[in-house]
Structure formats: structure tokens, C-alpha cells
Design a protein around this ligand. Sequence first.
Ligand code: 8YV
Length: 312
Amino acid sequence: MEPKILHVGPLTERFNQRLAHEHDAVPLWQQGDALAFLDAHGTAFEVVVTSARFGCSAAMLERLPNVRAICSFGVGYDAIAIEAARQRGIQVSSTPDVLNDCVADLAMGLLIDCARRISAADRFVRAGLWPAGNFPLARKVSGKRLGIVGLGRIGKDVARRAEGFDMLVRYHNRRPDADAPYGFEPDLLALARWADFLVLTCPGGTATHHLISAAVLEALGPEGILINVARGSVVDEPALVAALAEGRLGGAGLDVFESEPHVPEALFALDNVVLAPHVGSGTRDTRLQMEELVFANLRAFLDKGEVLTPVV
Ligand code: 8YV
């Protein structure tokens, strides 16, 4: 008999049906109070299928004493109780690489939109304002200085795209990457001072919580643009909103927020921000590849006892 699978939160209809069809999976979101359900039935499950969004909390994991693997849809695992999993020898897989292109594409899209004010220009035309006068001049993108916070797989794809725009690229990481052909900047404030555009592609979680502080935003300055395709938790959001509203920061392109799906209302009124509802990986092509990788990890664990793309 195949192990029982706990399916934490709904993904696409296709994914949900496929999991239910191919495996003995229980949709947790349909069981009423999740923790109460796990108190009663948690011992039955050996594998958890979840996503970057729904994760698997420490409270859940405590109620799943027989779980041996967590297969997650998405590359970020800040919502998974990774330390508890590591201590118990639970394998955790994510879906790296298959989404790099799409997240990097969105980062560049937000950057160009903020600098050239494409969304603002679109609003200007639709509001019938053009006959009354020209749209204000925007800022050039090509040849500018790009700072990347977190030069991992996605950060490197952003850097490669930026090279196509003749940008100068420097990056901030915890450690320099010996293979990266870009300048390493150990001082985040210095990177923000140097950069015209600062793109965040680092992981979320406690290690990067509010890394982008009021001081970093101040250093980026009234001409600077912040792009966040990482996690909302990386940025001190109230400080960001204040800096944008008071013109101390030039602009921001944001795909992620601290309390998703809730976006600070103060941002809605600002013309110097471009807002997206966490769609970095949100193309049909990429989501399909992420789905395939979740199922491949699951299959590998069930057949051979080892996931293919482990995070721990
Ligand atoms: C989510 C993401 O996976 O991969 C990540 O870390 O944030 C996204 O791709 C997606 O929204 C589904 O949860």
C-alpha cells in the first residue's frame, strides 16, 4: 500500500486532481480545523505535499510523527519548519531552477516599468490626459548601476539580463561567489548608495528579515528604485511606504508583501510604485514545470526513498 499523503493547500485544479487521482492524498483545507484534524489523524501521514505559500508549520509537523518527506511547490521554503524537519531527518524538496527565467523576467519587467513608468503612462492615456499635455519624462534603464541582494540562481539570471542592458552589476551576499563575474559588496548600505536600482532575490526567513531597513532605503535615495521579487519579509514595509510617500525613495516594483494578500493601502495612491500579486513564477509554462518537479520528487521518494531536489 502506498503511503498516505497530506495535501496542505490547493494548487491548480489540475494539480489537485492529479494528486488525488495518482495517490492516496487527503486535502487538508477541506477538513475543517487543520490542527484539530491532525490531532486526530496526523499519525496516518508519511508524506506532505505543500507549496511555498502554504508551507508546513512546526505546529503541523509536531502532529505528523510519521512524516518522512515534504514535497513543496515553489523554490522558497521559509514557510516550512525546516529546522524541525532537519532534526527529524525529514527530506524536504522544493522546485528550484524551473522558475528562474520567469522570476528574473518579472524583476526586469518591474524595473523597466518603474523607471520608464509604463503603468503610469498607461493610466495617463486611459484617463484622457494626453491631449492636455505631455507625459513627464522618465528615467533611462540601459547602462545604469544594478545592485542585486542575493546572487543565487534567480539573482544570476537577473544579472545576465541586466548585462543585455549594458548595466554595471554588483551584488551583496553573505559570502562572495567565486564564480560570479560581478563585484561583491559586503556592505549593503554601500551597495544601496552605489546602485540606481536594487533588486531583491534573496531567500526569506529570519536571516533576511527586514534586511532592507529604513537606512538602506535612505541610501538608495530619491532617484533609486527598489525591486522585490523575493519575500515581503525582507523589507521593512512601513519604512518603505513612508519613504515612497515622502519622495525619499524614487520608486518600487513589488511582487511580494509582508502580509500577502494584503497590500498596504497607502501604496494604492502612489504613482511611483508598480504592484503585482506575487506572480513571479506565474506563467502556465513555468507552473507546469513546477508541478512536474513536485510529482517527480514525490515519485522518487516513494520509489527510491530519496527526493530529487532536496533543500535539506
Ligand atoms: C510560489 C514562490 O511557489 O517559488 C516560490 O518561492 O514564491 C512562488 O513561486 C507560488 O506562488 C506558489 O505558492
